[in-house]
Design a protein around this ligand. Sequence first.
Ligand SMILES: [Zn+2]
Length: 277
Amino acid sequence: MPAKHQKHRRPTGVQRLTRSIAVAGTGAVALGLPLFGAAGAHAAPQQGAQSLPVAAKKAASETYKVKKGDSLAKIADKKKVAGGWKKLYKINRDVVGDNPRLIKPGTKLDLGKKAAAKPAQAKAAAPKAEAPKTTAADAAATGGYTAPADAALGTAYRTAGSMWSSGYHTGVDFALPTGTPLKSVAAGTVVSAGNGGAYGNQVVIQHQDGMYSQYAHLSQLSVSAGQSVTVGQQIGLSGATGNVTGPHLHFEVRTSPDYGSDVDPVGYLRSHGVSVG
Ligand SMILES: [Zn+2]
């Protein structure tokens, strides 16, 4: 449970820029490269799907080997690192050292592209859908996704800020007035519907792919725990309950029902053919 999930800004012109910087920065740190590689290797014999490890590798952070004459600025420019050399330095501070102007040829830099690479994420999800054991379920699920609300995106995923207990925004916000119908993004089972503390009235739904979606700050709940829902089914009305400064929908996608297991919700929807924002 977040100690203080509060504040939700209205969309502004700089939002897009802020998002790309924040995303590029946090992804690489959160995901240990060797660990991720090992998981992919182990997954191969179990899954028996050849495409899976390849996809997993693609999703891992992109690295760059420093050449003579390189500077962080040059590399950031060449590799189009969101946030520029400052972000590149921040990500690789421990290998670069205290002086960002001095980088040794041969040093491997993390380009921090894992989380920012939305197409890579979508690619990673695609081969999974082709895995033999889940073909039927995933085929049905892939066609059966929708946006949680007909509204514009507000505060983006992983926007950094001290107002969130995790240090960053764990979902996305949709700017909409109180009383707007909210929809389950896919078929699933309601795992909880009720008061979520700082999240106010919230609904958490488990979907057929094992992922969870969360809808927070609702003024009214239309479902209850244990109930099955279909894609697009109304699960409640938007509101401003919990720790907020105004009405909006806070929407998360998670790998578990619990706070802290969030993934990029926009990327998740996109991998299922739904674009929001
Ligand atoms: Zn939010």
